[in-house]
Design a protein around this ligand. Structure first.
Ligand SMILES: CC(=O)[C@@H](O)[C@H](O)COP(=O)(O)O
Ligand SMILES: NCC(=O)COP(=O)(O)O
Length: 253
């Protein structure tokens, strides 16, 4: 068994959509912290949030509440804060020093994340912020499209990991293009590993597409899953949904 095959993929639950529902009323329910506690009690290994500048879902108090919860009750659990480091992400990094910061090149008004960073264009402006985050003890992951040729540049700019943007794979599921699209992710992950980067993955992953993705793309450290996870949890509950996603990961081992 190769070292990549020995990698155990962690499930990091993205709670954006719990906050989105909560924000539609002034009642404080559903609780973001309560959702985190239920998912962690069921075995999730991480929590991810993406506090966008317009606070459409995760708000600053959610980030600090979750940081305090994990530090107090779940010290082994990874906290991953996503965002654009040229907008509001670095404020959270400096204040809370999460285990990981995922740099995402979203505009402030973008409806959702839909692309990764570009190299060499983004390298010079990213380098000092990556260095600052790492100097604070925060692992840095760059949100990237599955482009093998960019992975060496991601390493050169100082990042620890890449997060492969998996919407393209999810959209290809069940189409004649699926195998070719998945092959691009395999090549991108292999190039990332060869460059000395860790590999995360996320966006539009679900119970349907997670196992085949992880069977093909070996050595993924973390999958961060939110939209499909919360949709499933509305039907199954947080604990059963967490167990289902952990089973999808185990089935790929
Ligand atoms: C970076 C990424 O693909 C997702 O983590 C992102 O958080 C999705 O954001 P929304 O939940 O606002 O769609
Ligand atoms: N980085 C991906 C993430 O955190 C959640 O993305 P999605 O599952 O909500 O599409």
């Amino acid at each position: 068994m190769s070292n990549l095959d020995r990698t155990i993929t962690s499930l990091s639950v993205n709670l954006n959509k719990v906050a989105l529902v909560r924000n539609t009323r002034h009642l404080g329910i559903p609780s973001v912290v309560g959702a985190a506690q239920a998912c962690l009690a069921a075995g999730a290994q991480g929590i991810t949030v993406h506090p966008r500048p317009d606070a459409r879902h995760i708000r600053a108090h959610d980030v600090s509440d979750l940081s305090q919860l994990l530090a107090r009750d779940w010290p082994a659990i990874e906290f991953n804060i996503e965002g654009n480091p040229f907008h509001n992400l670095m404020d959270f990094v400096r204040e809370l020093k999460p285990h990981q910061a995922t740099f995402v090149p979203d505009s402030e008004t973008q409806s959702t994340s839909d692309h990764g960073w570009s190299f060499p264009e983004d390298a010079d402006r990213l380098r000092p912020l990556i260095a600052e985050a790492k100097a604070l003890g925060v692992r840095v992951s760059l949100f990237m499209d599955p482009i093998p040729e960019m992975m060496a540049a991601v390493k050169a700019v100082g990042a620890d990991r890449v997060e492969l943007y998996t919407e393209g794979y999810a959209a290809s599921r069940g189409t004649p293009q699926e195998d070719a699209v998945l092959a691009r992710y395999v090549a991108a992950a292999q190039a990332a590993h060869a460059a000395g980067l860790g590999v995360n993955a996320g966006h539009d992953l679900s119970r349907d597409n997670l196992t085949p993705f992880l069977r093909a793309v070996r050595g993924v450290h973390e999958v961060s899953i939110g939209h499909a996870f919360v949709a499933d949890a509305l039907e199954l509950g947080y604990a059963a949904t967490t167990r289902d996603y952990l089973r999808c990961i185990a089935d790929a081992a």
